[in-house]
Design a protein around this ligand. Structure first.
Ligand code: AHR
Length: 496
């Protein structure tokens, strides 16, 4: 292949990009749920039944297919019965994992389901294995999904919800190797088998059961879980965060970083692909037909908390660097859609790599939000085969490819190509060969980029990083010659 050439095989489809790859994660953590989503009916911030209108409107625009809730580490200390019934009577608890705040349980099952209805998104409930009982988990499913007379269904109706909800995705614990109970994989595999037995399908509600999976490269965890319980699960989770520094001694600043740190961040996000491949090899051994989905239900950047904020709230700003991390990650997930059935960015509002940041009644959209908006065209589209030969970047001891790409064809035959230039100062000139397409072709493009590598949106300047139209290409037959600006995320749409 020629240098700096990308071949998009528009006539070779390789499965469907599950829309759930564009999923989210919203935990009871810091200002993620409270303030970020839930303000209560009496708030002066415009809301519908307690959920803020501005956030809902913005989130609807990125077509979120699924949201994971209530945690995270919080899930394994959450007792769902504390979060139902009249709000003023709900039990208060201490959120020991995240800042030690008093949690008033005002946002519970009914409120979460209302949020999902408003967004047109599917709920993904994470149950409590670490400190909860089998009965508690079993009754939560009965409460939400039983149609007819039963103790839990009756209770749900007393609390104002007649019809059962549809719940498909159910997680049996979270990070049970760590905050979810510090278990060995053998022990968790047995607990998973036991708990999931009592997580039942009622009526026509069919659950997709997700087992708590490995931390990063703990391949033994995946091996043991697949061997001992693979036949009892529909999905197995994996968590991986992009952290340029060291997890415990300093993850690095979200906004104040060097060019080398930029490249190391890109190297760390690209590591996602190696993790997917290696965990996939183990899953293939026990599940060659790829029935069990790989569920990457926590991913994204994790930096030091914004100076002056509670470190337990994990509030961080979001720059064009985060946009690149999002674009590269989503390209990787798209390219491995044969096994990756869901991914959930951490987290939706005000926590880690958020879509939205709020300050009282004010709200801003982050560069990451714009990537999710640009990439939504890939949801449920057919993945196209891509080959490429691109230059490398060398910086800070890291050697990485300059360009990341994925491509899909939607139900109307329109081709979408997402391209990222990972270099923080050099443009990339590449030739895109649209093999198999009938020309003439009509091309439109959108780009997210900036002059500064730490560019971001703030409450004072909310529109600094926004997508714009892109016309920096020439078309010759089915070849596109593109000048891809440094630090950019681009989406091309091609019709023929
Ligand atoms: O997303 C923040 C935390 O990261 C989650 O609660 C936990 O599952 C993970 O360690």
């Amino acid at each position: 292949m020629e240098n700096n050439q990308v071949i998009i095989n528009t006539d070779i489809e390789q499965g469907t990009i599950n829309k759930n790859i564009y999923g989210h994660f919203a935990e009871h953590l810091g200002r993620g749920i409270y303030e970020g989503i839930w303000v209560g009916e009496d708030s002066s911030i415009p809301n519908t039944n307690g959920i803020r209108n501005d956030v809902v409107e913005a989130l609807k625009n990125i077509s979120i297919p699924v949201i994971r809730w209530p945690g995270g580490c919080f899930a394994d200390e959450y007792h769902w019965k504390d979060g139902i019934g009249p709000r003023e009577g709900r039990k208060r608890m201490v959120n020991t994992h995240w800042g030690g705040l008093v949690e008033n349980n005002h946002f519970g099952t009914h409120e979460f389901m209302m949020l999902c209805d408003m967004l047109g998104t599917e709920p993904y409930i994470c149950g409590n294995v670490g400190s909860g009982t089998v009965q508690e988990m079993s009754e939560w499913v009965e409460y939400m999904t039983f149609d007819g007379e039963s103790p839990m269904a009756n209770w749900r109706q007393e609390n104002g919800r007649q019809e059962p909800w549809k719940v498909k995705y159910f997680g049996v614990g979270n990070e049970n190797w760590g905050c979810g109970g510090n278990m060995r994989p053998e022990y968790y595999a047995d607990l998973y088998r036991r708990y999931q037995t009592f997580v039942r399908n009622y009526g026509d509600n069919k659950l997709y059961k997700i087992a708590g999976g490995a931390n990063v490269d703990d391949y033994n965890w995946t091996e043991v879980l697949m061997r001992e319980a693979g036949h009892m699960m529909d999905g197995l989770s994996i968590h991986y965060y992009t952290i340029p520094g060291d997890f415990w001694t300093g993850k690095g600043s979200a906004t104040d970083f060097t060019e080398d740190e930029w490249t190391i961040t890109m190297q760390r996000v690209l590591h996602t692909e190696e993790l997917i491949k290696k965990h996939s090899i183990i899953m293939d051994k026990y599940d060659p037909d790829k029935r069990v989905g790989m569920i990457i239900d926590e991913w994204g950047t994790w930096f030091d908390a914004e100076p002056g904020t509670n470190p337990g709230f994990l509030y961080q700003q979001n720059t064009i660097r985060d946009a690149l991390v999002a674009g590269v990650s989503l390209n990787i997930f798209n390219n491995h859609c044969d096994r990756v059935q869901m991914a959930n960015i951490a987290q939706t509002v005000n926590v880690l790599q958020a879509m939205i940041l709020t300050d009282g009644a004010k709200m801003i959209l982050t560069p990451t939000y714009h990537v999710f908006e640009m990439y939504k065209v890939h949801q449920d589209a057919k993945k196209l085969a891509v080959e490429m030969n691109v230059d490398s970047i060398t910086s800070g001891g890291a050697v990485i490819p300059q360009v990341s790409v994925s491509a899909s064809k939607d139900k109307d035959g329109k081709v979408h190509i997402s391209l990222c230039n990972l270099d923080n100062h050099a443009d990339a000139t590449i030739t895109l060969n649209l093999r198999g397409i009938v020309d003439p072709i009509h091309v439109t493009g959108r780009i997210l980029t900036s002059e500064q590598m730490d560019a971001r949106n703030t409450f004072e300047a909310p529109n600094t990083v926004e997508p714009t139209a892109f016309t920096g290409f020439t078309v010759e037959g089915h070849n596109l010659r593109i000048s891809l600006p440094s630090k950019s995320v681009m989406m091309l749409a091609i019709e023929s």
